[in-house]
Design a protein around this ligand. Structure first.
Ligand SMILES: Cc1cc2nc3c(=O)[nH]c(=O)nc-3n(C[C@H](O)[C@H](O)[C@H](O)COP(=O)(O)OP(=O)(O)OC[C@H]3O[C@@H](n4cnc5c(N)ncnc54)[C@H](O)[C@@H]3O)c2cc1C
Ligand code: SF4
Length: 350
């Protein structure tokens, strides 16, 4: 591992100063996400493998950003440094956002979730194996070097929103649920605070696959706000399909939430996909197709078609297109029945 300088500030202001100085000093977009360390579960692996070089690390673990608090509008604010496990098992998250709780617990392992922070989860980097293999070209790791996955082994790669420069997927489970729940990312820098709607936080690769997000180089994530989602509490499901039942990233995942009225019709729907694109994949127009419909195959199939419109496989990942279609249908059927909680499915009487 390359040598690096190390700071452990105790206040947000001191951390922002250190990150800003660091950002001005480093400069390249490829390194702009690696100026601070939280749980270290992704960053330290990248540093050890030589994928990421971080000359100066700001350890943010002393900052007071680990609370999970109610917001005046009935939502929640998840601290950037709250651990994934503490978030998933928080009583208010389990009660109000079972979809988020289920998605977090579908990821990684108990030990990793104990270390991993909410902010770090949003900024974890792709699991494209060529990205980790420094002997191969990769535009995300080394801009302009090429993409070894294009024409390589593509089993885990994207089917939607790709570019000729990168076909990687975003690996997070938590982010798929946050996309479905319309979360908002709170960030801060020495220049001030701003809020980024979740659908604007992660980027498609385009011609800059080295830049994963719209976070500026000097910005720190301070929290993630969840708007009230009471309508979806009784009908939600996170379905993750992977090579083995634990400790594996999603080939395809679906976060589905339905608000079903007393008349049995769908009043609102949210669907986000993981494992298929460079960011959690959501299409509000597809969700609109469900409004006013009776839950069932006839209503769900056109939504799955719309979500996957334009999907392209590259041989080894062709299977993801029918797999994603079936997963969307199944997740919507499960959500119709009730809510997937940490104790299993809780059927909802209708
Ligand atoms: C073996 C293994 C299996 C895994 N399986 C899964 C899985 O199935 N599903 C899944 O979703 N995830 C999985 N993960 C990934 C895991 O969830 C992430 O590594 C973790 O969420 C990252 O959080 P962290 O706090 O450790 O981040 P770190 O490694 O500390 O940081 C990651 C990045 O975020 C930046 N950062 C961290 N916090 C902030 C902040 N507040 N503001 C600005 N930048 C910040 C860092 O600079 C760095 O660039 C797995 C990881 C491993 C090692
Ligand atoms: S798909 Fe993206 S991350 Fe993977 S090798 Fe190509 S450029 Fe790199």
């Amino acid at each position: 591992m390359n040598p690096f300088a190390y700071d452990r500030p105790a206040s947000v202001d001191a951390a922002l100063q250190a990150i800003a100085a660091n950002a001005a000093h480093q400069g390249t977009a490829n390194q702009h996400e690696i100026r601070c360390v939280a749980g270290g579960t992704n960053l330290l692996d990248l540093m050890k493998e030589g994928v990421t070089i971080a000359p100066h690390l700001v350890d943010i673990n002393r900052l007071p950003l680990d609370a999970i608090e109610e917001t005046p509008d009935g939502g929640l604010l998840l601290g950037a440094l709250a651990r994934n496990a503490d978030t998933a098992y928080h009583p208010l998250v389990e009660e109000r956002y079972p979809l988020l709780s289920a998605a977090i617990l579908a990821g990684a392992s108990p030990q990793l979730r104990n270390m991993a922070s909410n902010g770090g989860n949003l900024l974890q980097r792709t699991r494209c194996w060529y990205f980790y293999d420094v002997a191969t070209p990769c535009n995300k790791r080394t801009p302009g070097s090429g993409c070894a996955a294009n024409g390589g082994i593509t089993r885990q790669h994207a089917i939607l929103g790709t570019s000729e420069h990168c076909i990687a997927t975003h690996p997070s489970d938590m982010c798929v649920a946050l996309a479905a729940l319309d979360a908002v990312v709170h960030v801060q820098s020495v220049r001030g605070k701003r809020e980024i709607p979740f659908h604007e936080f992660h980027r498609l690769p385009g011609d800059r696959p080295d830049v994963d997000t719209t976070l500026a180089p000097d910005e720190l994530i301070t929290g993630i706000a969840l708007p009230p989602a009471q309508g979806f509490v009784r009908h939600s499901a996170y379905l993750k399909l992977r090579e083995r039942l634990s400790y594996a990233f999603a080939l395809v995942s679906v976060a589905a939430a339905l608000d079903i009225g007393a008349d049995g019709r769908i009043a609102a729907a949210r669907i986000a996909l993981g494992g298929v694109a460079h960011k959690p994949w959501r299409l509000p127009e597809a969700e609109q197709l469900l409004v006013g419909a009776q839950p069932g195959d006839a209503a769900f199939a056109p939504v799955a078609d719309a979500l996957l419109h334009g999907a392209v496989g590259r041989g080894a990942n062709d299977f993801k297109i029918p797999l994603a279609h079936n997963a969307i249908m199944r997740a919507l059927h499960v959500a119709t029945r009730g809510t997937v909680t940490n104790q299993g499915i809780k059927e909802t009487a209708r």
